[in-house]
Design a binder for this molecule. Structure first.
Ligand code: NAD
Ligand code: WQD
Length: 340
């Protein structure tokens, strides 16, 4: 079965491509490489032993996307392609709305035209803002988005839901990812931030590798046991598996369907804990300083993972230690290949 993976050259998409291949699907990547590098294809080949089919182009380009849909017999779509930097979205809201919302609308239109039913959409725990109670369940109300990026995820969920309600034959899950970290255990693929990383774990690994002097902890005066923010960090390969499970469940359905599901571990860890666990798991030491709070950060959020277990039969298996070891292994391999 051919599965179209938009944004399949990116961080999460590339790991899902591996998992799809292993489960017997035939992943087909569409990517414009606006936030990824072609070297990922080499990493994918090293892991899968297969040249993964790639269409290079923009998901908002109607002609290009029509050529993809008309050339391939597509059974389902996983839609990762999006811009994802929260701070940048405040500076460039129109680019974010255009890319994230525009690409989904075109995709849903083509899915209707080509009678493709199965869709897995990359949503985010950002739709919850700071939840009133934890762990956060899917029933928690969405809060007004803190950023244009967050708003695109809320809007995209609503667009899929409205499409479902309109009677279009569609079977879709919006997966609300918590904080994906880590890399494939081989270190052949991983997260490749262009420029200064926004996210905690790539900043940690780059600091440990000597690419950054020190890491700043954004505030230690939150109402948490050690004063630093709490998040639900999930290994990217566990996350990848949730996509394969989603497709399997959608495949078995014979009626239109739409639902949204948290994809997290159910456990919260503070920034300080992550730093300390990284040091212990990798026998490395990190320079870090306490800085001021980052605008827009929520204090604490972690998932209720019950619905994922119930609906998808999925739960995260890998520990935070394993995720941090794999993240470091990837960073070291990157450094070695750059020095080679
Ligand atoms: P990423 O930037 O590594 O991957 C996105 C990929 O999409 C990149 O390869 C990029 O080149 C491509 N792309 C972007 N716009 C495109 C377009 N218009 N046409 C074709 N290709 C395009 O990001 P990621 O971390 O892998 O995230 C994947 C998805 O998951 C995104 O939708 C993101 O919003 C969502 N998400 C990510 C996180 C996270 O922390 N990484 C958390 C929650 C949700
Ligand atoms: C984690 C924790 C920071 C960097 C973001 C998006 C969210 C989702 C996931 C896409 C926070 C702290 C970080 C640093 C730090 N993405 N931190 N120093 O903010 O939970 O979520 O990515 O949907 O929408 O907002 O992830 O990795 O940026 O931060 O102290 O240099 O680490 O304050 O508490 P976040 P993150």
């Amino acid at each position: 079965m051919n599965i179209l993976v938009t944004g399949g050259a990116g961080y999460i998409g590339s790991h899902v491509v591996v998992e799809l291949h292993e489960a017997g699907y035939n992943p087909i990547i569409v990517d414009n490489f606006s936030n990824s590098d072609k070297s990922v294809l080499k990493g994918l080949f090293e892991i899968t032993g297969k040249e993964i089919l790639l269409y290079e182009g923009d998901c908002r380009d109607q002609k290009f996307m029509e050529s993809v849909f008309s050339s391939e017999d597509i059974h389902g779509v996983i839609h990762f392609a999006a811009l994802k930097a929260v701070g940048e979205s405040v500076q460039k809201p129109l680019e974010y709305y255009d890319n994230n919302v525009g690409s989904l609308i075109l995709l849903l239109t083509l899915m209707k035209q080509y009678k493709i039913e199965n869709l897995v959409f990359s949503s985010s725990c950002t739709v919850y803002g700071q939840p009133d109670s934890l762990p956060v369940t899917e029933e928690a109300p969405k809060k007004p988005a803190e950023s244009p990026y967050g708003n695109t995820k809320q809007l995209c969920e609503e667009i899929i839901e409205d499409t479902f309600k309109s009677g279009q034959q569609i079977k879709a899950f919006a997966l609300r990812y918590f904080n994906p970290i880590g890399a494939h255990h081989t270190g052949n693929i991983g997260e490749l931030p262009l420029g200064i990383p926004n996210n905690l774990v790539p900043f940690i690994t780059q600091t440990a590798a000597g690419l950054r002097d020190s890491i700043i902890i954004f505030g230690d005066d939150y109402d948490t046991p050690d004063g630093t923010c709490i998040r639900d960090y999930i290994h990217v390969m566990d996350l990848a598996k949730a996509h394969v499970r989603s497709l399997e469940v959608l495949n078995r359905m014979n009626q239109s369907h739409y639902d949204y599901i948290n994809i997290g571990t159910g456990n919260g860890h503070s920034v300080l804990e992550v730093i300390q666990k990284f040091e212990l798991a990798n026998s490395a030491s990190l320079n870090y300083n306490i800085g001021t709070r980052r605008v827009g950060d929520v204090e604490k959020v972690y998932a209720s993972a019950d619905k994922a277990k119930e609906v998808l039969g999925w739960q995260a298996n890998r520990s935070l230690d394993e995720s941090l070891r794999d993240a470091w292994n990837w960073q070291q391999k990157l450094r070695d290949s750059e020095n080679a």
